[in-house]
Design a protein around this ligand. Structure first.
Ligand code: BG6
Length: 525
């Protein structure tokens, strides 16, 4: 069974997509494959064209040729030849410098030609797949050349990639500069985590299941864990990563998306601002950390050499474009409290890092223990608690663990699992994660894009941490081996509270069946 993209959403309108930085990785790895998937699912408008814009030496013919060679490497299924022929004949290229007004005239001319040829009704969106330093100057140029002007009923939108600022002040400045030349409705701040089906499903799962939502609060939930663990190192992005680090790279954007989806109040509709208001409220309710709390509730780490999947890998400081004495963190774990009626007193533990033991993004809802009274005079010593795991990637699904009686004359409890696996149930989707976001932008639905105030609210939570870390540079890096679960302090962060991170695979022992039950780690007697 395949998922119908058009279910809940308005239809995308005819348009031209202009990709700034079109010769970079994003275009061939994600954007064009995503457009092909949309075309395959018949949700891409027929009146559509793509104009690539970059400084590299291509023309339309050589750009098309390069894409024809590259795209098949990045699509999950072989490309349908007819579909590619359709796609490629609506791809154009303009060579030019992002700062050069004359290049924008050539761009304008190409957009107009594509508009006429493919009948795109004057609508256009600009995808800024470029280094962040170009964001505001491109927006300014677009305005000066009237390319972003909305007139006679046609629309013009701008998608901004992350990172959106590198601290609170720069994010505010960028918002200000963009809003000087564009309306907020024209700005689509993208976070690819929101393109993931499993992330979107958090909201659906919570608000469409009456057995879930009543339990989703401080009365029943002991704590929440959010983990985004990667096995890759910094790959070829050492230069960028040195200026970012794990905190900036992952927390105010991806992890906060997962956090707000998990913690938000029910919106009254799926209207973009209704949903985003609720997400923003969560960010505003996060208790600001004072410097003392930054030291106790935050852990940073950097990987040293180690083993990943049986292969020896170098430490962060030996990666290309990384300083040999770098103090940049590649791991971060933090404890946050959300000071509102629903979540008061429930800690949210977040962690993310590179070169960890397993690639895995998941949200854990750990429920409170039931009273022990009934088991007092039995052989049962301890009661495990219910745990809901929302697997975001690479496994996609939801599992709920609960206690069950192990068959036999002696009272023994086992922790067993109820599993829902996306792929088994719905079949594998051919998705890059960008389909939904591109489609929504073409349809004018900004629900899954970040609003200016949300970006600033996210940075406001992070800023005190950046300040303390700046004043007190990390000591003792590297402090975890590649292939481990991060520094020991991350374990201690939870142990201090009498808790522990979920060990991946912990519940999997339960799948072995009844015969294996009495010897398993999950058994509680
Ligand atoms: C990017 C970060 O935004 O997200 C990368 O810059 C990170 O450092 C990536 O690897 C993770 O995305 P995903 O979809 O692979 O979890």
């Amino acid at each position: 069974m395949s998922v119908n993209h058009s279910d809940m959403n308005p239809t995308p309108s005819p348009c031209v997509m202009v990709i700034f930085g079109a010769t970079g990785d994003l275009t061939k790895r994600k954007l064009i494959p995503a457009l092909c998937n949309l075309a395959q699912d018949d949700v891409l408008p027929k009146q559509f064209a793509i104009v690539g814009f970059a400084g590299n030496d291509f023309d339309t013919a050589s750009f098309r040729k390069m894409l024809a060679e590259e795209i098949p490497k990045f699509t999950s299924a072989p490309l349908d030849a007819k579909l590619w022929d359709w796609m490629v004949e609506r791809i154009y290229y303009v060579k030019g410098d992002f700062q050069d007004a004359e290049a924008y005239q050539r761009l304008e001319q190409q957009i107009s030609e594509a508009d006429k040829k493919h009948n795109t009704l004057g609508n256009r969106f600009f995808y800024l797949a470029v280094a962040p330093r170009f964001f505001s100057s491109i927006a300014k140029m677009l305005a000066q050349c009237c390319l972003s002007k909305e007139e006679s009923g046609h629309w013009a939108r701008v998608i901004i990639e992350k990172p959106f600022g590198h601290d609170l002040e720069s994010a505010k400045k960028l918002n200000h500069e963009l809003q000087e030349v564009l309306t907020e409705k024209q700005i689509y701040r993208i976070d690819h985590y929101l393109g993931k089906e499993t992330v979107q499903n958090v909201m659906v799962f919570r608000f469409s299941n009456n057995i879930i939502e009543p339990l989703w609060n401080r009365n029943y939930v002991d704590h929440v864990q959010i983990t985004a663990a990667e096995t890759v190192g910094v790959e070829h992005r050492g230069g960028f990563y040195e200026t970012a680090g794990a905190l900036r790279d992952m927390v105010p954007n991806h992890l906060f998306q997962l956090l707000t989806m998990t913690a938000m109040e029910p919106p009254i509709s799926f209207d973009a601002d209704e949903v985003r208001n609720k997400q923003a409220e969560v960010l505003h309710a996060i208790q600001p950390l004072d410097p003392e709390e930054v030291l106790t509730n935050m852990v940073r780490g950097q990987y040293g050499a180690g083993m990943i999947d049986g292969q020896r890998v170098v430490g962060y400081r030996s990666e290309p474009e990384v300083a040999p004495d770098s103090n940049t963190e590649t791991f971060v774990a933090l404890k946050l409290l959300i000071d509102n009626w629903r979540w008061a007193g429930v800690p949210f533990y977040l962690r993310t890092g590179k070169r960890l033991a397993k690639r895995m993004t998941e949200i854990i809802i750990q429920f409170r223990r039931t009273p022990f009274v009934l088991f007092r005079n039995t052989t049962v010593k301890n009661l495990e608690t219910n745990r809901l795991v929302i697997h975001i990637q690479p496994d996609e699904g939801i599992s709920l663990s609960f206690g069950a009686k192990v068959p036999g004359s002696v009272m023994k409890l086992g922790l067993v699992n109820m599993d829902f696996d996306y792929c088994t149930y719905f079949g594998a989707e051919h998705s890059t994660g960008y389909e939904r976001l591109l489609r929504d932008c073409m349809a004018g639905d900004a629900t899954l894009f970040q609003r200016a105030d949300m970006v600033e609210a996210g940075w406001s939570v992070i800023q005190p941490i950046l300040d303390v870390w700046h004043a007190l540079p990390a000591r003792g890096f590297p402090n975890y081996a590649a292939g481990s679960w991060g520094p020991i302090e991350a374990e201690e962060l939870l142990e201090r509270d009498g808790r522990s991170w979920r060990r991946p695979g912990e519940e999997e022992v339960d799948k072995r069946g009844r015969a294996a039950l009495p010897d398993r780690a999950g058994i509680i007697t």
